[in-house]
Design a protein around this ligand. Structure first.
Ligand SMILES: NC(=O)C1=CN([C@@H]2O[C@H](COP(=O)(O)OP(=O)(O)OC[C@H]3O[C@@H](n4cnc5c(N)ncnc54)[C@H](OP(=O)(O)O)[C@@H]3O)[C@@H](O)[C@H]2O)C=CC1
Ligand SMILES: CC(=O)N[C@@H](CCC(=O)OP(=O)(O)O)C(=O)O
Length: 343
């Protein structure tokens, strides 16, 4: 298969390259840029010397149209303009940005930008693979989920769908490594701002709030608003999301645990962990796993449901390749059988 990556020079793009390199079904990977046309990729990133000594291509529709699959890993507001002439015209498209995940109204409200045209939005399928595999198979356009929504939806959907927790006032507290903000440092992500410091940001304003709410409504018919807070942690990769909710009447910890084990028993990439003294982002570092752990406090009858992912893998490039595997009939784990780099 001939693959193209737009936004190859960014963090999501680099991770796509790293993972696609070991995929058996790929014959070529064309890398596209909006700023460094003609430059050898291994000149820009010397760590790729003798691996990707290929030039960066200008983004041209005629070139893109000849490919089998296109990954777009660009800032929000780019693919809503770039992709409409290509959607449904040949290449399958997997967009890592937020442009095709929300309704036009939610997108305008939460991203503060012009949404994608309605006709192209209608063709997009939400790529939370474990929950939407059948739709992804035939999708010409996959909206790859955001990093936080991946962690939160995988951790909450079984309990919400099966009515095991009271979702009237769901609180989710999430923490991310700094690579989640991309490769352009700013006032918030600069080393001297993040080092030795923990911050909370976009309180009640995070653009992933409507994405999580839409996912809960789509896969579990839950429509109450959530409280979702995001934090920046002085580490490079990883997301830990903890959700807090009372158990529904009569539900036990054992039932909760069994529900999760049943839901994900056939899923390679979602691991339901036993209780243990430690649960951390480094147990999934560099891998496509989403690990879950469930706790119930008998004093408050409240469940604490925790998930960890690598934001650049399961939260971005890994899940995107998982979706490509589903679309093209590859084994879902192809290119993704990565042992976490724990240390
Ligand atoms: N980082 C993460 O953990 C996750 C990111 N995402 C989303 O994925 C997308 C990419 O994120 P990330 O890789 O971190 O971002 P980066 O900022 O690291 O990279 C984005 C890349 O997009 C390219 N680009 C910028 N402007 C344009 C443009 N106008 N047209 C075409 N290409 C452009 C740039 O490359 P060049 O200058 O060479 O064109 C740049 O390297 C974002 O939408 C992000 O929100 C989703 C999940 C997780
Ligand atoms: C740490 C950090 O800053 N993370 C980013 C994740 C952004 C992202 O992935 O954006 P879209 O899914 O909307 O494209 C944030 O919280 O905004």
């Amino acid at each position: 298969m001939k693959v193209g990556i737009i936004g190859a020079t960014g963090y999501g793009g680099l991770e796509l390259i790293r993972l696609l390199h070991r995929h058996s079904g790929i014959s070529s990977i064309d890398l596209f840029t909006s700023s460094d046309e003609g430059e050898l990729f291994s000149h820009k990133y010397s760590y790729l010397m003798n691996i990707y000594d290929t030039p960066l291509h200008k983004i041209r529709i005629e070139h893109l149209a000849k490919l089998d699959v296109i990954f777009t890993s660009t800032p929000s507001g780019v693919t809503s303009r770039l992709l409409p002439p290509l959607i449904g015209k040949g290449p399958r498209i997997i967009d890592l940005s937020g442009d095709y995940r929300l309704s036009a109204q939610d997108y305008s409200e939460w991203y503060g930008k012009e949404p994608a045209p309605e006709t192209s939005l209608r063709k997009s399928v939400y790529g939370l693979t474990e929950w939407n595999r059948e739709a992804v198979k035939d999708a010409v356009m996959v909206a790859n989920p955001g990093c936080y929504p991946t962690a939160v939806l995988l951790s909450l959907l079984p309990a919400v769908k099966n009515g095991l927790i009271d979702t009237d006032s769901l609180i989710i507290d999430a923490k991310s490594g700094v690579s989640g903000a991309g490769n352009k440092p700013n006032q918030m992500t600069h080393f001297s701002e993040t080092n030795e410091s923990l911050s909370i940001y976009k309180v009640n304003k995070h653009q992933h709030i409507p994405e999580i709410e839409t996912g809960l409504a789509q896969f579990a018919e839950k429509t109450r608003p959530i409280t979702f807070s995001t934090h920046l942690v002085p580490m490079t990769r990883g997301i830990l999301a903890a959700a807090y909710a009372p158990l529904a009447d009569g539900v036990s910890k054992k039932q909760l645990q069994e529900c999760y084990q049943d839901t994900y028993s056939d899923e390679t990439f979602v691991r339901v962990m036993p209780d243990g003294p430690k649960f951390s982002t480094n147990q999934v570092y560099g891998s496509n796993y989403c690990d879950l752990q469930l706790h119930v406090d008998p004093r408050t009858n409240r469940a604490t449901i925790v998930s960890v992912i690598d934001n650049l893998v399961k939260g971005a490039a890994g899940q995107a390749i998982q979706n490509m595997n589903v679309q093209f009939g590859f084994k879902e784990t192809e290119g993704l059988d990565l042992v976490p780099s724990y240390i």
